[in-house]
Design a protein around this ligand. Structure first.
Ligand SMILES: [Zn+2]
Length: 90
């Protein structure tokens, strides 16, 4: 189970959100020790009416390829699902 984090309503600065090196450890999947090189982001609307929620999971390439939308029932006008490379994957 992922832990959705509350996304700020107004600060839509999700294009280039640098992740500090401290946050990039290994793949988010359990039992996977590969380094995370991608981040899967899903933004959806909470059913409870708390607003947008942005869930992020850092994944290795293999698991990033397997990632798929999990909250389509919470889709709304600004729904996002995307996988992008980690900025500091070098
Ligand atoms: Zn993995």
């Amino acid at each position: 189970m992922t832990e959705p984090t509350q996304a700020p309503d107004e600060q839509a600065t999700d294009d280039t959100e640098p992740l500090s090196a401290d946050d990039t450890e290994g793949c988010h999947r359990r039992n996977c020790e590969a380094p995370a090189t991608f981040v899967a982001v899903e933004r959806y609307q909470e059913e409870t009416g708390h607003g947008a929620v942005e869930a992020r999971a850092e994944l290795c390439a293999e698991h990033a390829a397997e990632e798929s939308p999990a909250n389509l029932d919470g889709a709304y006008a600004e729904y996002i699902f995307r996988v992008e490379p980690l900025a500091d994957a070098d």
